[in-house]
Ligand binder design. Structure first.
Ligand code: SF4
Ligand code: SF4
Ligand code: SF4
Length: 579
């Protein structure tokens, strides 16, 4: 008899807030051999068991979350766990969480050292040998059988998820014209679900999709994006890409990205996306639906479902809404498989996330997969990392790279570029509130333009013989900053900067130092473009430019809490002596 408690609540807001719904776990039906996503109210408190909605057998706890293992990944598993017996598990129901595999409900783990010690060239050759048999109709039919049972057994949950997400999407979208609604499309599974569910909820196939191509995408991601565009002919599909920078050249200059120094996210992802949004929407506010999920990381666990104007919103003109914020991995897969949504083929190989192939956030398992499926890129990247490790004086470069220690790198130790972001100055002995700042290149118009956020640039009122430029307060027209090319012992180039007619000279000089850091150290990461809501900042091959007509003097670009140290490079290239 069906257990009364198996009925999921589908009253939307209440359902979303219900901790039971969010903290569902994965149980196993040994009779159907599929996972059952089970919320706490479906669990019998006495014996901690639940009931399969399909066959009504008792189910038992399996895992906190799960993903399906597709035949391609299963083959690799058979080589690693079943001592090279291809197809051994082809009639089994195989699921996974990270490196823990559940084969017909029995757990087997791949020890992490396997990912470092296995010969990936040999594995790659063995996989190629067995690929044909693995693609047979019989193998596919077995996989489809379990897939269909999984969908049927969890259809109540799927309906509840869809119903709740649709209500949320409609409610948020009601505040915006549909042309100001954007779908962020990364090519990952969460963005596939989000694109599909938002399009269906709003019944509008013509929404704007923005694919942020970081240039470091898996080949499968690029293929998938092409396929998506072709299969959604009514969607407005824009690709953002930074073609002005070469990832490897920047790595040579400022070092590879590390877990807390992900400069490439701004340079290759949010920066180019901001540019596309600026060209489409100028100053209009937009609503972007993202596939962000709290389960993805500790920082994301603190996100609100709707965010606007906070630091977590990396592109300032948008309100971000996340319809699937509390979905589990297994919910994502339930949706994709049940709704027959096309997805990135990298997941079939066993990747559980598909960001950039060389991302410092990738785990050892992902790196291992890349050595098998992207051997040339992996080798090139490892060679670069070893060269880099030698350059910055690591005693055992190979161990530094292979142990993953490079991902924990902090600051700019050992890099020449680190000197550019150090603020060096002397206090002027002749004038109050004046400092002589070191410049890494001569005083020029680009430096003067850096002072637009503080007020109106005036070249007429300053002392001509000294080439002095003044910055006037925008409201009172009173001079607040004087800039003057200067000569200082020990600095090849310098500028004297005096503040006047202000209450807090130290605060203004601190912000001025941020602009000096930008002038000296900008690596064109595009963060400043993303920070400026007015679209006044543009960073091109010619340099950094602030449009005086567009700048509204909000000072966000010199705000420590928005842009620490005034420039991302300050943080990324910091060394002990930095001020
Ligand atoms: S490599 Fe990682 S940190 Fe860099 S852009 Fe890609 S996802 Fe972001
Ligand atoms: S962030 Fe504000 S102060 Fe800075 S350039 Fe943009 S509008 Fe001007
Ligand atoms: S000044 Fe710094 S933060 Fe701004 S774009 Fe340049 S490198 Fe990025």
């Amino acid at each position: 008899m069906a257990n009364k408690k198996t009925t999921l609540r589908i009253d939307n807001e209440e359902l979303h807030e219900s901790s039971g719904f969010l903290s569902a776990q994965v149980f196993w039906c040994q009779s159907c051999r599929v996972p059952i996503i089970t919320s706490p109210e479906q669990i019998n408190g006495v014996n901690g068991k639940s009931v399969c909605p399909l066959c009504h057998s008792t189910t038992t706890f399996l895992s906190t979350d799960l993903r399906p293992v597709f035949p391609e990944e299963r083959l690799l598993l058979e080589l690693l766990l079943a001592h090279n017996q291809p197809l051994k598990y082809s009639e089994c129901s195989v699921w996974a969480l990270d490196s823990r595999y559940y084969i017909d409900g029995k757990m087997k783990s791949i020890p992490s050292k396997t990912f470092r010690t296995e010969d990936c060239d040999v594995l790659s050759a063995l996989i190629k040998e067995s690929e044909k048999n693995n693609k047979s109709k019989k193998v596919q039919a077995c996989f489809d059988d379990f897939k269909n049972k999984f969908i049927a057994a969890n259809k109540n949950r799927l309906n509840a998820l869809i119903s709740e997400a649709h209500a949320f999407i409609k409610k948020e979208a009601a505040n915006y014209p549909e042309e100001n609604i954007v779908l962020s499309f990364s090519g990952g599974k969460d963005s596939s679900v989000t694109a599909d569910i938002v399009t269906k909820a709003l019944g509008n196939p013509s929404l704007v999709h923005i694919f942020g191509n970081t240039t470091l995408e898996f080949p499968q991601t690029v293929e998938y994006a092409k396929r998506f565009k072709k299969n959604h002919p009514f969607a407005i599909f824009e690709t953002s890409i930074n073609e002005d920078q070469n990832f490897m050249d920047v790595c040579e200059d400022i070092g590879p990205p590390a877990r807390i120094m992900r400069w490439c996210c701004s340079m290759f992802k949010t920066g180019p996306i901001t540019r596309v949004l600026n060209s489409l929407y100028r100053n209009q506010q937009i609503l972007t639906f993202y596939g962000i999920r709290r389960a993805e990381s500790a920082s994301r666990s603190k996100y609100n479902r709707v965010e606007s104007g906070k630091e977590s919103v990396k592109i300032q003109k948008q309100t971000v809404a996340s319809p699937i914020i509390d979905w589990k991995d297994i919910d994502i897969w339930l949706y994709l498989l049940a709704e027959n949504v096309d997805f990135n083929d990298a997941y079939r190989l066993g990747y559980d996330r598909v960001g950039c192939w060389c991302c410092p956030n990738n785990n050892q398992r992902a790196q291992f997969l890349s050595r098998i499926y992207m051997p040339e890129n992996s080798k090139k990247w490892r060679d670069f990392l070893i060269r880099f490790a030698k350059r910055i004086g690591k005693p055992d470069p190979e161990e530094y790279v292979d142990s993953g220690a490079w991902k924990a790198r902090q600051g700019g130790n050992g890099l020449a570029a680190a000197d550019d972001v150090k603020i060096k100055f002397t206090n002027c002995t002749a004038e109050d509130h004046a400092k002589n700042y070191r410049l890494v290149r001569p005083f020029d118009d680009e430096l003067v333009n850096m002072f637009v956020p503080f007020g109106t640039i005036n070249r007429e009122l300053g002392r001509k013989l000294l080439h002095e430029v003044l910055v006037l307060d925008v409201r009172t027209n009173v001079p607040i900053i004087s800039l003057q090319p200067f000569t200082v012992d020990g600095f090849e180039h310098a500028v004297k900067i005096r503040t006047m007619n202000v209450a807090d000279h130290d605060d203004l000089q601190r912000k001025i130092a941020y602009q000096i850091r930008k002038f000296n150290g900008c690596r064109k990461c595009l963060k400043c473009e993303s920070v400026c809501k007015a679209g006044a900042i543009s960073i091109t091959a010619e340099g950094y430019h602030i449009d005086e007509k567009k700048c509204v003097h909000c000072k966000m670009c010199v705000n420590q809490s928005v842009l620490a140290m005034g420039c991302l490079m300050g943080k990324y290239l910091k060394t002990k002596e930095v001020r």
